[in-house]
Write a protein that binds this ligand. Structure first.
Ligand code: AHM
Ligand code: MG
Length: 337
């Protein structure tokens, strides 16, 4: 049987289920090409002069790495000419990027975190790209980048596709077009992503959690209670021993959960009370929540389902708790006691 490339998978989804359009297929194929280009740049490391600081700050005041800037440029350039997009928004850019006048415009909006896990770039640990696709509302004002922001402010339930690439020992593309989650592995010789797993399922129960424990003193009581119960192990109220993992690249931590279950938490803490959390709704929380739900897991802020949040601004941040359903439901319930 012929190996299923990403393009073939998308064509079959289009033909058999009718859930994606030709433009969406093209868009996802282009995004996957951009991820391949990012993977090549990352693979060169010190030889390609791509490591280290870029010497600039992004909109959130975070120092940009050279690879943050390069990955952002690769995604913008790959996507602006094809006629499938109305506009793009990125974690690394203050305002949306409009399709230049010289190119045709399409009906989709693309948001991305071009290089997630920036603190892991220079230490050769897995990093990734996260993306989300929305439909551009009819009649949206795209006359200026400022005006275009409103078109993006749609809840996560409106996503038509979401995915991430992990640049690890292998480069993977994990994708959902609203019909379960599929995993593609980059065949470097062939230069294409091949389907290696379809209909990923996250087990409802787990014995593994992921959280940055150094923030413990800043957490809210429900999260502290839940983590303390897990640490108490077999003798504690949960009656089992837990293992802990924290890569500090959301893509890698979420991918482990996709593979063998677990719970990931970047909860609200008193240090970032004002910002609303650490992770970004449009570039990180929504696409990951979409994928996790499509794989049978759950994703909340502790207080509500992430995908139901009506965004107020492009760079909004939210607390994130996601993964194995029963565990996410347990800690979410603690927030309402
Ligand atoms: P980034 O997009 O600037 O890389 O930040 C997001 C990352 C996530 O990938 C990860 O879960 C988190 O930040 C790690 O934060 P911390 O360094 O506080 O553990
Ligand atoms: Mg990120």
């Amino acid at each position: 049987m012929a190996q299923r490339t990403l393009a073939r998978y998308l064509t079959e989804e289009q033909r058999d289920k009718g859930i994606i359009t030709g433009d969406l297929k093209f868009l996802l194929e282009i995004v996957s090409r951009a991820c391949q280009a990012i993977s090549v740049a990352i693979g060169k490391g010190g030889l390609g002069g791509v490591l280290g600081e870029a010497g600039s700050d992004n909109i959130q005041g975070e120092a940009q790495k050279k690879l943050d800037v390069l990955s952002n440029e690769i995604l913008l350039e790959a996507n602006e000419w094809g006629g499938h997009l109305a506009a793009m928004a990125s974690e690394e850019m203050d305002l949306p990027h409009l399709v230049p006048h010289r190119f045709p415009k399409g009906e989709y909006l693309l948001t991305f975190d071009p290089l997630d896990g920036s603190s892991n770039i220079d230490v050769n640990v897995s990093i990734g790209t996260i993306f989300s696709v929305l439909k551009c509302p009819e009649g949206a004002d795209l006359s200026t980048p400022q005006a275009a922001e409103a078109a993006f402010l749609q809840p996560g339930t409106a996503q038509v596709a979401a995915g991430y690439a992990v640049y690890g020992p292998t480069t993977l593309l994990v994708l959902s077009v609203g019909d379960g989650v599929a995993v593609f592995t980059l065949d470097r010789e062939q230069g294409s992503f091949l389907l290696t797993q379809d209909q990923v399922r996250i087990p409802a129960d787990t014995k593994e959690f992921a959280i940055n424990m150094s923030n413990r003193r800043f957490w809210e009581e429900p999260v502290r209670r839940y983590v303390d119960e897990m640490l108490a192990g077999r003798e504690g109220p949960l009656g089992k021993d837990y293992n802990m993992r924290w890569v500090a690249s959301m893509v890698a931590d979420v991918h482990r959960i996709m593979t063998r279950g677990g719970i990931f938490m970047y909860p609200l803490d008193s240090k970032m009370q004002e910002q609303g959390g650490k992770l970004r709704l449009m570039y990180e929380a929504n696409p990951m929540a979409f994928l996790v739900e499509q794989a049978g897991g759950a994703a909340t802020t502790g207080r509500r389902r992430i995908l139901d949040i009506a965004p107020e601004k492009l760079h909004q941040r939210v607390p994130v708790i996601l993964g194995s359903k029963n565990e996410v439901e347990r800690v979410t319930a603690y927030h309402s006691m």
